[in-house]
Design a protein around this ligand. Structure first.
Ligand code: UT7
Length: 356
């Protein structure tokens, strides 16, 4: 009987280092209101955002993902040759082929490693962290680089009241690897496809293709009124997502605590996805975390960077001293899908090379 080899599994995995990249251009609420029918005060009151970063010049999804990955590698005490896989968590890589992770890995001097994209909206980093931890536990790799990177503003309708003031660009990355003590709990993850259209890209690729075919036949028929090819944008039914978040996320947070075996009282830091500061305040209150537990508020000056928001917020807390390496933190990402993923972790050390 032929026996097929199986990986040797192991238990303890942790985030060993972190890095981030914040695009150069800072965009204030006042600037957003040059194209949006809103006010800086409304935006701050309803979302907690004052500024966000938008890519400019030669910054691209690939360059910012690689810049965050480079910092994470420099901030981790292992040789990059030990990285076995790169997971790029993003909804902004606008080509299905080739996907982004191989090019980013190559930019990082990691050509040849396993490299794949993971698309799970704003919950993307939580999914990526869970997949990386489980791949390492299963023995597939010893070290995995997980990058959350987004250029949300590339498809942003700057006059749309439900998205224009919220989204920003940025990238954050962590090196996940074998460690003496376990620092990543089992992930708690889920989805609600019945409400999937609440956050959606328009037009989708099929609609785009149909439109392109119509345009071609309009040209061929010599018509004078040619349809516009249109821009790809993101739409969000904000209040619907808000309501879903209010019902689903408290359960997800409790489940994450149960799965981790860590008591609520032992959570030292709370780092939810930076979607809206009001959602985060509500979650913290409903979960019953003590007032004194620091909560990430990177949204104030970075906006909502989707799959990049948790590593960016974690980096900000470590750099500013609001949180310390080794502390126990509760993470929860959520958004398009609608989907979510969270876990209890120990924080990586503060980065030697910060993003600001
Ligand atoms: O990251 C992925 C996950 N995303 C989220 O979790 C986002 C969740 N949702 C939200 O963050 C919020 O729903 C938004 C920030 C998008 C919108 O805030 P809201 O408090 O839910 O506003 P609303 O759509 O319920 O509108 C309330 C009022 C309306 O006016 P009336 O009818 O009360 O007179 C809107 O017309 O605010 C008005 N409004 C605005 N005013 C100024 C809506 N959007 C704007 C705006 N500027 N941008």
């Amino acid at each position: 009987m032929v026996s097929i080899a199986v990986n040797k599994s192991r238990d303890n995995v942790a985030m060993l280092g972190i890095g981030a990249y914040r695009p150069q251009r800072i965009v204030s609420n006042a600037e957003v209101c040059e194209t949006l029918d809103s006010t800086p005060e409304w935006i701050f009151e309803r979302t907690g955002i004052n500024n966000r970063r938008w890519v400019s010049g030669d910054e691209t999804i690939q360059s910012i993902a690689a810049a965050a990955g480079e910092r994470a590698l420099k901030n981790t005490p292992i040789d990059r040759a030990e990285i076995g896989a790169v997971i790029l968590c993003t909804s902004s890589w606008l080509k299905l082929t080739p996907h982004g992770a191989p090019s980013v890995a190559s930019d990082l001097g990691l050509n040849g490693v396993a490299a794949f994209d993971l698309t799970s909206g704003c919950g993307g980093f939580g999914y990526g962290l869970g997949v990386a931890a489980d791949l390492i536990r299963a023995g597939s790799f010893d070290y995995v680089l997980v990058i959350g990177a987004e250029t949300m503003t590339v498809g942003l309708d700057k006059s749309d009241r439900s998205t224009a003031m919220i989204f920003g660009d940025g990238a954050g990355a962590v090196v996940v690897g074998l460690s003496e003590e376990n620092g990543i709990s089992p992930a708690v993850w889920g989805s609600d496809g019945e409400n999937a259209e609440a956050i959606a890209q328009h037009p989708d690729f099929l609609e785009y293709q149909q439109r392109a075919l119509r345009i071609e036949s309009q040209w061929q028929a010599g018509e004078t009124e040619i349809e516009s090819v249109g821009k790809m944008t993101l739409s969000m039914e904000g209040p619907k997502v808000f309501r879903w978040a209010a019902v689903t996320l408290p359960r997800a947070l409790s489940a994450a605590l149960d799965a981790s075996g860590v008591a609520k009282e032992d959570i030292e830091v709370f780092i939810p996805h930076q979607a809206n500061a009001r959602i985060n305040e509500l979650m913290k209150k409903n979960l019953g975390l003590a007032e004194s537990v620091p909560m990430a508020n990177d949204i104030e000056n970075t906006g909502n960077t989707s799959a990049a928001s948790i590593p960016l917020a974690m980096e900000e807390m470590l750099v500013t001293g609001k949180a310390k390496g080794g502390q126990i933190a509760l993470l929860l990402g959520f958004g398009a899908g609608l989907s979510y993923a969270g876990q209890v972790v120990t924080l990586p050390p503060a980065p030697k090379e910060p993003s600001f």
